[in-house]
Design a binder for this molecule. Sequence first.
Ligand code: ATP
Ligand code: MG
Length: 662
Amino acid sequence: MTVLNGARIVPTRNTFAGRLQCLRTFVSLCADKMSNNEHMPAPAAPSDFIRDIVAKHVAEKKYPQIHTRFPPEPNGYLHIGHAKSICLNFGIAREFGGICNLRMDDTNPTKEDVEYVDSITEDVNWLISGWADDKLGLKAKGKTPETIATNGDRDFYLPAVVGGAGGPLPASAGVADTGAHGVTRPNLEPFYASDYFDQIYDYAEQLIENNRAYVCDLTPDETDEYRRNAKESPYRNRSAEENLDLFQRMKAGEFPDGKRSLRAKIQVDSPNVWMRDPLLYRIRHAEHHHTGGKWCIYPMYDFAHCLSDYIEGITHSICTLEFEVHRPLYDWILESLGLPRPLPHQYEFARLSLGYTIMSKRKLMQLVNEKLVSGWDDPRMPTISGIRRRGVTATALRSFAYNIGITKYNGITDVAVLEHAIREDLNKRSLRRLAVLRPIKVVLTNYPEGKTEELDAVNNPENESAGKRKVPFSRELFIEQDDFKEMPPPKFFRLKPGGEVRLKYAYIIKCDEVVKDASGNIAELRCTADLDSKMGGATSTRKVKGTIHWVSAAHAIDAEVRLYDRLFTEAEPEKDGRDFKSVLNPHSLEVVTAKCEPSLKDAKPELRYQFERLAYFALDKDSAVGSSRRDDRADGSANRPYLIFNRTITLRDTWAKEAQKG
Ligand code: ATP
Ligand code: MG
């Protein structure tokens, strides 16, 4: 069994013991894989029960073309759960020659915002860039459904423009997925459910005329109560004429909020509560971000969603499991209208829940509003924009979505699965660099003052074509505080008094003296270098147990390094009704000023870096070349780049080690 299949079983393990076992299996599979040092095979097209259904429909030629959609409600930023849905919907479009529409599900008049529409569009573009952007279905700007004749019947249809046919794509479109995003297609825009309000209203009138919907005067609370008790509304048997008149007056604004509603006439005592004459329209005197003050009645989600799917020609309407009980209503509405084109069908899969994470937009918004994070794109947030800013690539996110698979069982996916996908991706693409996060000074007493050597260092051992670079070496260096111990525990193979260690790409050094300041802190280490031990030297093959990283003090450049960790200390932040804010990790962000090798002054946002022996890093968007923010630097180096690196992920899973200890 491959690692991929091993990971796929994770979401189905619901007990704690099961998950732990599963994680162990997974970790050992990963370890096997790494020790074999084999490369990840290019993922075959995934298979799951939804893709099986689609494949069958393709074989049967059930539809001229497969058409899916991703329909977020623009009331917050997208999160990693949405990424799973995006990968599924666009993945299917990709594998079966189909189209996937991006639709803003904006039937709710309040709480929606243009900021969210923009961020959603940007996030989707980023995640599918170079992968499925040629399957993205958009529409011409401002376009609303056409009234057409299908088999002689009046029909509403809004076709998609696919893959940015609105104009040539900018050069950034199909390239790097690490930083470039926001492909703009100026003449196109996403679909908006609110563009269909006229048509949805028309469909409602058709239902009324066919005696399948009625205006009900019960209050919202009474309606709930009647439905719970399977009780028939006293307004259920109004005539079609009366219903039509009342519905038109609802639309005209004659009644206040909650005074009347439009309900489907299905079955008041259905065992499925959703079929007990559900609401189709309610009165809401509220402005809408897209339609302004035009409407004071708004369709309910269940009524609008299936009709939006139909209008766009969707074939497979894929959603999460909680909508399974709504499916009979989805079908009932479409079937009751006698629509002339093939009907879409709904399929449900288990939503993603991820350990150490919360996933609801409403709760993520609390973190933002209460300033517990720096914004929606705070690198600790599970939002797509936060994950991107942290340095995770779209490739890694898609590979994660692929690894977890699509099932019908709700469960918590171990965050180690995500972290594995991120490490695997970054290991392949990252440029290795030397940087010291918490410096301690080393003076090589036998190395000439003023001398500088340029030593060869490998850019990426995983990728020979990344080549080599020169790293300056001199008499005074910085090494990591952690790499020296005055009182070392047994098996401490780094630097200790009288001990030897190899400096990566350079010499073996020996610690002769520990110099302390007045308060007893280590000020510097005085060492001697074995000057023949460099590559090619007489003692270059001499074995010492440890190798550590370093930077030359005279050549080092400063960078602000933001060390991010998990946002929550508990795998299930909301377990047993606990307030998720009570288990925020107080150490989820630590900021240090690191000493970096000089080549990092040319760091690029689209590239990824491994600071050797430490972690993977990406340049933060707040980095600025020549930023005035460092004008206060005493050394007058204000025109040097002001670098900020985000730690994307550590090299190894430090949390798993902690868990084992515990
Ligand atoms: P939230 O509860 O986080 O606000 P939502 O379901 O209200 O999420 P929508 O904007 O309505 O979010 O979702 C858009 C699409 O993304 C829907 O098809 C939904 O099923 C899917 N989706 C949302 N959350 C997840 C998740 N955790 N896992 C998989 N798919 C998800
Ligand atoms: Mg929603």
